[in-house]
Design a protein around this ligand. Structure first.
Ligand code: UD1
Ligand code: MG
Length: 450
């Protein structure tokens, strides 16, 4: 049976108090919408339709970047969840199979929950995802009779008796596409909110003699984000979960609660992560590496047994080979650091490659930007770059070469050569003493005058 996903993402999210559409706010540095898309991907959907409204263009851009086959349906006016799903009709033209409706702002859905919904479809025409709410608040209530779901009543329209029910609607459903659209066709807006409620399809289905049930999942999976506080809480839940996963995989986190992970962080076993390390998107760290305290990594790859930090910054395109070392106050961007190479102190290595076993002295800078364009620096193997070397790119330093401390390298250095480019030193005997005496006398005169 083929499936299609319809992800509702048109809402404004007023309580986020934001110019950014709600579903683009990130959890673990990944937009909520992308979390929803990834959860849905387990069903290997034949089509994915995102219903956009507020910030439609921005939402479409993120959705198609994640999956370029994604179809976008625009809901110009937010007239309710049934109206939102109806907008997907055009994009689903000719599709035969099940539609699964998700919300773009519920990022914790687990793949097996969707699989259970699809499994329940074997015996039912319509399957709703419900959960036992600790605080049912304003959720829609599921009115069950035995194993059948009779109807869903929205909080605003519910009687006191119905409000006492704690089995609530998550908003997710699974139904054959043709059936779903035919049910939606008869949904009206005669209710407390004057909205077209998707939840009404349950009662309509029952009057047509269709079989409807609810599958339950735990509440954490249906957690929706409506405010910045919800967002922070959701991120905290994600982090706690991701840290536990890493610990189980055999990664040492010295102070787990201080390590911030991205949704796609991959860390090999026997890696040690010291306290206060931040992982941005796109980081992989191989087994046995050490990431020392207060380091910041994004879009980079750290190979086996490499040591990073403390206080290191690896930016996108940083590629550390086995046993490489990047020490304190070093920034690496779009650069390969070869096997066993060392950049241990206070350096910037950008748009560069550093060969294996090369040593980069303290304070070295690849001057990669001329104010308009970026240029590359190529440093060979077994090179010794003296402290405070400025490498003015584009420039190449050959294998086995050396640069003298303080050298400004503006021309290529051939292999095994020593490059020296700095003013000659001149020592003036006794001058320091004279200068000190003069300055002290000046200070004494000033103090007297004051
Ligand atoms: C909805 C359900 C409620 C359920 C709750 C779970 C209905 C009528 N009610 O209520 O039973 O307990 O979710 O969180 O469905 N959206 C659109 N277009 C619209 C309206 C909504 O795209 O015109 C999107 C929103 O962006 C959001 C989702 O649909 O992602 C749910 O809408 P929301 O307004 O939050 O519905 P609730 O009132 O919370
Ligand atoms: Mg809601």
């Amino acid at each position: 049976m083929s499936t299609a996903l319809v992800i509702l993402a048109a809402g404004k999210g007023t309580r986020m108090n934001s110019d950014i559409p709600k579903v683009l706010h990130p959890i673990a540095q990944t937009p909520m919408l992308v979390h929803a898309m990834r959860a849905g991907a387990v069903l290997a959907p034949e089509r994915t339709v995102i219903v956009t409204g507020h910030g439609a263009e921005a939402v479409a851009k993120v959705a198609t970047a994640e999956d370029d086959g994604t179809k976008i349906a625009v809901q110009d006016e937010q007239l309710g969840t049934a109206h939102a799903v109806a907008q997907a009709r055009e994009a689903l033209k000719g599709f035969k199979g099940d539609v699964v409706v998700l919300y773009g702002d519920t990022p914790f859905l687990q793949p097996d929950t969707l699989e259970r919904m699809i499994a329940a479809r074997a015996e039912n025409d319509l399957v709703i995802l419900g959960f036992e709410a600790t605080d049912p608040a304003r959720y829609g209530r599921l009115i069950m009779s035995g194993g059948n779901l009779d109807r869903i009543v929205e909080f605003k329209d519910a009687s006191d008796e119905e409000r006492a029910i704690t089995f609530c609607n998550s908003g997710l459903l699974a139904c054959d596409a043709d059936t779903l659209f035919s049910l939606i066709d008869t949904v009206g807006n005669d209710n407390a909110s004057e909205e077209y409620y998707l939840t009404d399809v349950v009662e309509i289905a029952r009057t047509r003699g269709l079989k409807v049930t609810a599958v339950a999942c735990d509440e954490a999976q249906t957690l929706g984000v409506n405010s910045r506080a919800d967002l922070a809480a959701a991120d905290a839940v994600f982090q706690a979960h991701a840290r536990t996963e890493l610990l189980d995989l055999g990664v040492t986190l010295m102070a787990p609660e201080t390590v911030y992970l991205a949704a796609d962080t991959v860390i090999g076993r026997d890696t040690v992560i010291e306290p206060n390390v931040v992982f941005g998107p796109g980081v992989t760290v191989e087994s046995g590496a050490t990431i020392r305290a207060f380091s910041h990594l994004e879009g980079c790859h750290v190979s086996r047994d490499a040591i990073v930090g403390p206080y290191a910054r690896l930016r996108p395109g940083a590629e550390l080979a086995e046993g490489a070392r990047v020490g304190n106050f070093v920034e690496v961007k779009n650069a390969e650091i070869g096997e066993g190479a060392k950049v241990n102190h206070l350096s910037y290595i950008g748009d560069a490659s550093v060969g294996s076993a090369t040593n980069i002295g303290a304070g070295t800078i690849t001057c990669n930007y001329d104010g308009v364009m970026k240029h590359r620096t190529t440093i060979g193997e077994n090179v010794f770059v003296g402290s405070n070397t400025m490498l003015v790119a584009p420039v190449t330093v050959g294998d086995g070469a050396m640069t003298a401390t303080g050298t400004v390298v503006t021309r290529d250095v051939e292999p095994d050569a020593l490059a020296v480019a700095r003013a000659k030193q001149d020592n003036k005997p006794g001058y320091a003493r004279k200068l000190f005496d003069m300055l002290k006398a000046k200070k004494a005169r000033q103090n007297k005058g004051a």
